[in-house]
Write a protein that binds this ligand. Structure first.
Ligand code: F6R
Length: 259
């Protein structure tokens, strides 16, 4: 696992965009996308490179991590709608090749199984962008999620519903259930890139990278993956015991070694 501490979230977005663009240059065809605030700088940087440097996403397909049960893709709070507004509508990826779990499905359990099978058939995902919840969730795998879990329906904690209420007119509107890629599904991706910023994320980041591997902190599953980059700003790195060592390794990274 490589932990990169950056001065600002914008710097983090540049590094994550470097990883995505580098993978595409090396033939990557599948991106895994998170929604929420954490990847916004990454998406803005990818949009900028598309507009100003002609970076093309025309050969790519993309898979979202999760979706609210009961929201259809045309509803503004759905993650399918959000990712169109934040990224897809501003680059040249074919929108028909941007996939998300079907939150509006009559049978969400079946929709979850179908989504997992689609990723397995077409995968692996080359680069998976991740954010982290205050309780250590990735995707919507809340604490107690099996580290081997596949895409399925999960119940959100009250804390996650409260955190996400900012995207809804009323907090009561935040759905209780989601379809999320499982921790096993996420771990099938070739390269996991977790982006976190702000002091609120500091203890979750510490638990994820320096705590025990445990379903109590779902993001700790990253410690079992062979290719992980964690990009954190100074505030989110504040509780890392080995912060100095991570800075040192970044500074002394062998020239031949990319992300
Ligand atoms: C959303 C997702 C979640 C978020 C996490 C952090 O697709 O996968 O795990 O990444 O809830 O959200 P923000 O970035 O809004 O703090």
């Amino acid at each position: 696992m490589e932990i990169v501490i950056v001065p600002t979230p914008k710097d983090g977005g540049r590094i994550a965009a470097d990883i995505v663009c580098g993978a595409m240059e090396n033939g990557a065809k599948m991106l895994g996308l998170a929604t929420g605030s954490s990847p916004l700088h990454t998406y803005q940087e990818l949009i900028r490179r598309h507009r100003e440097s002609g970076v093309s996403f025309a050969a790519m397909s993309a898979y979202l991590l999760d979706e609210y049960v009961s929201l259809t893709s045309d509803q503004p709070q759905s993650y399918a709608h959000t990712i169109r507004a934040e990224l897809v509508d501003h680059i040249d990826i074919d929108p028909a090749r941007v996939f998300s779990p079907d939150g509006g499905a009559e049978d969400p359990n079946e929709a979850a199984r179908r989504y997992d099978a689609t990723i397995a058939e077409n995968g692996p995902i080359d680069v998976q962008i991740l954010g982290i919840g205050l309780n250590g969730h990735i995707g919507f795998n809340e604490p107690s999620s099996s580290l081997a879990s596949r895409t399925r329906v999960k119940t959100l904690t009250g804390r996650t519903r409260a955190d996400n209420a900012r995207f809804f007119t009323e907090s009561a509107e935040v759905p209780h259930h989601v379809i999320t890629q499982g921790l096993g599904t996420i771990s099938d991706a070739r390269h996991l890139v977790l982006v976190a910023d702000g002091a609120r994320k500091a203890s979750a980041v510490r638990a994820a990278v320096e705590g025990p591997v445990s379903a109590f902190c779902p993001a700790s599953v990253l410690q079992l993956h062979p290719h992980v980059t964690v990009i954190v700003d100074e505030a989110a790195a504040d509780e890392l015991e080995l912060a100095e060592f991570y800075r040192y390794t970044t500074e002394h990274k062998p020239a031949s070694q990319g992300y």
